[in-house]
Design a protein around this ligand. Structure first.
Ligand code: 89Y
Length: 339
């Protein structure tokens, strides 16, 4: 596969892992880093042999030859930066959430399609090894037809220590984590027909909600309860693990604490632990996500090279974003929302 040249926009907390993730894939070269703070851009550019540092997107686009850009910047910059790239025929990989509203995201998807460039979302959660393995178990049919599931992302990890901006978001846990967890619901169970959502703010020093409960009724008939919280001290308080329980008409499948998968069927219960690989550059507190960054971005690089269809295109991600923004609508109106 020919190596692809890309520029990384944003040199904040997450870029410190996203960039090594790209380098780990071995398929792409970072040739430029752009951030309003030059020293931060330079620090990341030093990880890549000859990468240049910029504080201005205009200057970067004028001086670099690129195959794609990776946008790891605040959400309000996604649309303008993505359009600058698309106008120049450069593919776009973008952090979640794609845009501050569903309408702006849909408009960007149409814009990139019209310009003939790929718009891919750097949606890594569904690439976590334990979740991939869980789905493989589900697909065997050993538990029969699933009828109800619970996706449990509840912990008390102090996320605001590493990412203080999260405290200031008027919409927090569904926009930040629902993008991932509702995407996992789609990955496992397909599309939703309706949802009900209730949100709460438990931390008193933040703007948005830090607790959300979403009940999805899937087109397939499965009921999926999605629980998200950063305000839940508990016995298995294991950020950033996602626990899943799936009830089928012939068995039960679960992904529990410490990456244990248990499958109960007429053959009894089988248990297996799926431990994510640790990379030297990864933050051990975020291991399962940082490992999934490598798998996700290796897949995106192959998609950008035209070798495989991308799983998380902008157009596909609109369905996840629809769940995100409809969840806020349901919570605000205190009503079920049909999709
Ligand atoms: O920003 C979030 C993400 O994408 O993964 C976990 C996180 O860092 C905090 O909620």
């Amino acid at each position: 596969m020919a190596r692809l040249r890309f520029a990384l926009f944003g040199a904040g907390f997450w870029s410190n892992y996203q960039l090594p993730g790209w380098l780990e894939s071995g398929q792409v070269d970072c040739v430029a880093v752009c951030d309003p703070t030059l020293e931060k851009a330079q620090a990341l550019a030093r990880l890549c042999d000859d990468a240049h540092s910029y504080t201005s997107a205009d200057t970067l686009f004028a001086q670099e030859t690129l195959d794609f850009v990776d946008l790891c910047t605040p959400v309000e910059t996604h649309v303008p930066l993505a359009k600058m790239a698309a106008d120049r025929g450069i593919h776009v990989v973008c952090q979640k959430p794609l845009a501050p509203s569903l309408d702006e995201a849909a408009e960007l998807v149409a814009y990139c399609e019209q310009k003939g460039v790929m718009l891919l979302v750097n949606e890594n959660w569904r690439w976590q090894d334990p979740l991939r393995r869980l789905k493989a178990h589900l697909n065997t049919g050993a538990i029969g037809t699933p009828f109800r599931a619970r996706i449990d992302y509840r912990n008390s990890f102090p996320v605001f220590d590493n990412q203080p901006f999260l405290k200031t978001l008027p919409q927090f846990i569904i926009a930040d984590m629902g993008t991932h967890i509702l995407d996992v619901a789609r990955y496992l169970f397909g599309e939703a027909a309706s949802l009900d959502c209730h949100i709460q703010t438990i931390h008193q020093d933040i703007r948005g909600e830090d607790v959300a409960t979403v009940m999805l009724r899937m087109v397939s008939g499965v009921t999926v309860i999605v629980e998200m919280s950063y305000a839940s001290p508990r016995e298995h308080d294991r950020f950033p693990e996602t626990y899943v329980e799936i009830e089928g008409n012939q068995g039960f499948l679960e992904l529990g604490p410490d990456f244990w998968i248990r499958e109960t069927s007429r053959h009894g219960t089988q248990a297996q632990r799926v431990v994510p690989q640790h990379y030297a550059w990864a933050n051990p507190q975020y291991d399962v996500i940082h490992t999934s960054i490598v798998t996700c971005q290796t897949h995106l690089a192959q998609a950008l090279a035209g070798l495989v269809p991308a799983e998380t295109t902008g157009r596909d991600n609109l369905k996840t974003l629809q769940l995100v923004y409809k969840a806020y609508e349901s919570a605000e109106r205190e009503q079920r929302v049909f999709l």
